[in-house]
Design a protein around this ligand. Structure first.
Ligand code: EZ4
Ligand code: CO
Length: 419
């Protein structure tokens, strides 16, 4: 009697084949620093996960190298949920940006492997396509209102439907988001933190003027966004949110620090400007009150800093119950590996809002070849199996790590403030 043939799928995913035989942390600086985790199975399938935490890259690299990699070897790469629980629940010292970034790197690498084993793009594994492409917003930055308006015009010409606008603040040295040397804006530019000076009154004066001008110059249709970058107190944030109401922002981002989630109640009481927050969050617990009480409209926590696809899926489902949509962080300090994974997520997630999109440099794109592309205001993930982003390790080795930290902000009297 001959035995029944083994089905293809079973052949391709036996736990023996899926055993993790190698895991490696790659640190590279093609224009800026990135940390990448590469996991290899016995059958030779490779998965990549982004592990970049701007200005704290080596802390995550060490967490991975010293505490995660030794636990990966010999485990079944197909047990994605159990692996997540092992590194989260199994860690007595849980949560925090370093730990959650390391967990995200493992999680994304495992989803990449699962996709490759199944021969499917990650958005299919998540449940399939909900939309044709992910609406993205670009960054228009200018030294003054008029320059920002010109840059908004340039983004519109490139096909952008949504644009974040920031401008210099008279009397404020190095305003957030504004490049000094005519180069693309990169905040982490020096080995020790650059010192910037912050003035709330000057800022509150100029921002409504900026958006009044942008609506006058560019009409009612284009979606406009603005990032406060945690600089205001709750009542100041309420005032700003109210003063920009006539210009119909898509969102006002990080209007006040959110350690105290209740503080957003104050902004909500005074304004109908939509609110986004969460690029510095790393867990669902950081936004539980904000979401449950519908104090925000968009949650910005993204894959690399929030424990990967496995945790973000949980967060997005929870947000959906409260009409909160996703608006993932997508600055250049998140690598193309994170962007690739985020775009698969964006393509699937039912309560998608928007995706941030800053352009990576040519050097970065050469080190991380990828199949996502921008068309008519949207980013489209590719159809290759997994997340569609690879790494050229030889090229990566040519760009050694270069220590850089984010700036700090002080008030005009010298006291420390939130950057
Ligand atoms: O300052 O990613 O919305 N985007 C942002 C970013 C952050 C950087 C910090 O590493 O706020 O530009
Ligand atoms: Co931001």
């Amino acid at each position: 009697m001959s035995s029944a043939p083994v089905p293809e799928a079973t052949k391709h995913s036996s736990s023996h084949d899926r055993e993790i035989v190698d895991a490696k942390v790659i640190v590279t600086c093609p224009g800026r620093n990135f940390v990448t985790l590469k996991i290899v199975t016995r059958s030779g399938v490779i998965g990549l996960g982004d592990a970049t935490l701007n200005g704290r890259e080596l802390a995550v690299a060490s967490y991975l190298q010293d505490h995660v990699v030794p636990n990966l070897i010999g485990r079944d790469a197909g047990r994605i949920e159990d692996m997540w629980q092992f590194f989260y629940r199994g860690a007595y010292w849980r949560r925090g940006p370093v730990t959650m970034t390391a967990i995200a790197a493992v999680d994304v690498a495992l989803w990449d492997i699962l996709g490759k084993m199944a021969g499917l793009p990650i958005y299919q594994l998540l449940g399939g396509r909900s939309r044709e492409g992910a609406l993205v917003y670009g960054h228009a930055n200018g030294r003054d209102i008029s320059e920002t308006s010109d840059v908004v015009g340039q983004f519109k010409e490139q096909g952008f439907l949504a644009i974040r606008a920031q401008c210099g603040v008279p009397g404020v040295k190095k305003a957030y988001g504004i490049s000094t040397a005519g180069k693309p804006y990169e905040p982490a530019e020096s080995e020790l933190p650059a010192e910037t000076v912050w003035s709330t009154p000057r800022y509150l004066e100029i921002v409504p003027q900026l958006f009044e001008r942008l609506r006058a110059d560019h009409g009612p249709e284009v979606e406009l966004l603005h990032d406060v970058h945690h600089r205001l107190t709750p009542i100041e944030a309420a005032r700003l949110a109210r003063s920009v109401e006539p210009y119909r922002l898509f969102w006002l981002e990080d209007a006040t620090p959110a350690e105290n989630q209740k503080s957003f109640e104050l902004i909500r009481q005074h304004s109908v400007t939509p609110l986004a927050v969460g690029e510095v969050f790393n867990s669902i617990w950081d936004c539980k009150h904000l979401i449950e009480n519908q104090l925000i409209d968009y949650i910005r926590t993204t894959i690399v800093h929030g424990g990967g696809i496995t945790h973000l899926r949980r967060l997005a489902d929870f947000a959906a119950l409260h009409q909160v949509r996703t608006g993932f962080h997508g600055a250049t300090d998140l690598s193309p590996v994170c962007m690739g994974a985020a775009l698969h997520f964006d393509t699937w997630v039912p309560n998608f809002g928007i995706q941030e999109y800053m352009f990576h440099s040519d050097e970065t794109n050469e080190v991380f070849p990828h199949d996502y592309e921008f068309r008519a205001g949207r980013l489209h993930c590719g159809e290759s199996a997994g997340h569609g982003v690879t790494i050229d390790e030889k090229l990566a080795a040519r760009y050694p790590y270069s220590p850089k930290q984010l700036p700090i902000a002080r008030l005009e009297d010298g006291a420390m403030w939130d950057w």
